[in-house]
Write a protein that binds this ligand. Structure first.
Ligand SMILES: NC(=O)c1ccc[n+]([C@@H]2O[C@H](COP(=O)([O-])OP(=O)(O)OC[C@H]3O[C@@H](n4cnc5c(N)ncnc54)[C@H](O)[C@@H]3O)[C@@H](O)[C@H]2O)c1
Length: 315
């Protein structure tokens, strides 16, 4: 089954111990909040997630744990499909609420627009996941200025603008709380290319390293207001970014068509898997699991960190 909400929902159903998506309504952890002894992990929280792929799996998982989700993507149809899947399959008293925001995260007004939509639809914003991105690979000595700048724009500037736009919702809300009890969190998606470098990705590696600096600076600035900020550096996760380039996937950004994927990915995967202690590539659902872990109240004393989710490579 191809990527998309349908396949991800069936994985979610398996994770929650039921046979098909039709049973998700009764199986999800917060389906019957009145009958539950334990409140859903993210009940009452609003999460804004950019990008599908890993972002789509994260939106479904966070929604299944009680969050209302704002799903943002340059591909408006895809964002709408994910929001629709949440509304249809994960509806429950504490969550199942979703809206889609179509648009390019690098547009200067995108942050304000997306945060505004979270406030309009759900009245707040507690979790911001800066996940949207792509690769535009090439060796450093042949890389164009455009290729270089595009990576900084999408992986650093866009997350910075979203964080800035989220300030009133996250910082001011915490200031207004008498005990500062509102806890918000930001999760920025980095990569092992950013934390360890990768040949053919000088632009992407630099941008993903920038994500780490942004994360730590915001963690220090906003920590006193109970806003946590962490990064996740993924290793090889099975999405269209890491599948064979020959499959012809591409993204349209800024009037450009950028081909996605890895040339001769089969050989690359084989070589890489041999270096991964778990001996396999990660799934988008496993990546989403790490996002949920950091977003959950059980990570309430974790901030300014870079969590490497890579099957144990780069120890
Ligand atoms: N797949 C991996 O192995 C891997 C490893 C490390 C880090 N990452 C990072 O994870 C994140 C998610 O990637 P993925 O693997 O799920 O890929 P993906 O292509 O499946 O998803 C990325 C999403 O981001 C969206 N996007 C890209 N540019 C955008 C823009 N300018 N405006 C709005 N939306 C935009 C795309 O439309 C797509 O839906 C990216 O930041 C990526 O760099 C992925």
């Amino acid at each position: 089954m191809a990527d998309g909400p349908e396949r991800r929902l069936s994985v979610l159903a398996r994770q929650l111990g039921v046979e098909d998506t039709g049973q998700l309504l009764s199986a999800n952890p917060c389906a019957t909040s009145s009958g539950n002894a334990v409140a859903p992990l993210l009940a009452g929280q609003v999460a804004l997630i950019t990008g599908k792929g890993i972002g789509e799996a994260a939106a479904l998982l966070l929604a299944a744990h009680g969050a209302a989700v704002v799903v943002c993507d340059i591909d408006g149809t895809a964002a709408q499909l994910v929001a629709g899947a949440v509304q249809t399959f994960i509806e429950h008293e504490a969550g199942g609420r979703a809206v889609a925001v179509a648009g390019d995260v690098t547009a200067p007004d995108f942050g304000e627009r997306a945060v505004g939509e979270a406030l309009r639809a759900f009245g707040g914003l507690h979790i911001l996941i800066n996940n949207a991105g792509y690769t535009w690979d090439g060796v450093a000595h042949k890389m164009s200025d455009e290729q270089w700048s595009a990576m900084l724009e999408v992986h650093c500037t866009a997350p910075f603008r979203l964080i800035r736009a989220a300030a009133p919702a996250m910082r001011d809300a915490a200031k207004a709380e008498s005990q500062g009890s509102q806890v918000s969190c930001i999760i920025n998606i980095s990569s092992t290319s950013g934390t360890h470098g990768n040949a053919g990705q000088a632009n992407y590696a630099t941008a993903k390293a920038g994500v780490v600096g942004l994360t730590k600076a915001v963690a220090k600035e906003w920590g006193p207001l109970n806003v946590r900020c962490n990064a996740i550096a993924f290793g090889l996760i099975d999405t269209r970014l890491t599948r064979p380039k020959e499959q012809g996937e591409s993204i349209q950004v800024g009037g450009q068509t950028v081909p996605l994927g890895i040339p001769s990915a089969d050989a690359y995967w084989k070589q890489l898997k041999a270096q991964v202690p778990l001996r396999r590539v990660g799934t988008a659902e496993e990546a989403a699991g790490a996002i949920l872990a950091l977003a959950s109240p059980y990570s309430s004393y974790v901030t300014g960190q870079v969590l490497e989710v890579n099957g144990g490579s780069h120890m």
